[in-house]
Design a protein around this ligand. Sequence first.
Ligand code: 1GP
Length: 236
Amino acid sequence: MEKQKIYHQFCKNEKQIAILLDPDKNTKISDLKLRLAKAQSMGASFIFVGGSLIAHSIDEFVKQIKKITTIPIVLFPGSVIQISAKADALLFLSLISGRNADFLIGNHVIAAPFLKKSELEIISTGYLLIESGVQTSVEYMSYTKPIPYSKTDIAVATAIAGELLGNKLIYLEAGSGAQRPVSFEMINQVKKNISVPLIVGGGLRTKSQIMQAFDAGADVVVIGTALEENIHFADL
Ligand code: 1GP
């Protein structure tokens, strides 16, 4: 595969959509086909694959997706067992809003020998969890505290630190199914202070929220729950 092909796609100077598919929530092939058809019609640039638990094989899931669509598959792993060499790329997430060493470097060390041998494109990503009203799976599973909703200055400083440490993407995450998405003020301020692409996800449920996130400075928005709940969501 062309070197850094997927990363170059992230860096395109245009607003892009990623559809998040959880292997455990897309067990029926008919649902998966519907969601991928929707992803295609929305013009999604990426299919993110990941979740908090793992009841189904990631390898099989990636293979199924590949049979249905040519949209690039980017792993968004909740843990080291959510890695498949059959995907196109992997977000090598470092949970830099937290202070749990396992999610900053520990899991990365465990996965590194496998990743080095694989042909996966590895994209270093600074992952910031932002408080969103209720405790989310990411917060619970990672044993980390999110950045408070209104503490824009802390989010900005964290994102800058991530970029200075070499992160190639910054991801502002409210958590899957979040009650409220990351504030548009926070998106705006983080975007102004970094030069790498900015991904925003968690709790984006309406077309207007997506547009506002784009207007505030998100380069890529991630949609998971909204599409799981309503296949007719946001005819973009
Ligand atoms: C979660 O950002 C993603 O990691 C998507 O969140 O499921 O709320 O769309 P939703």
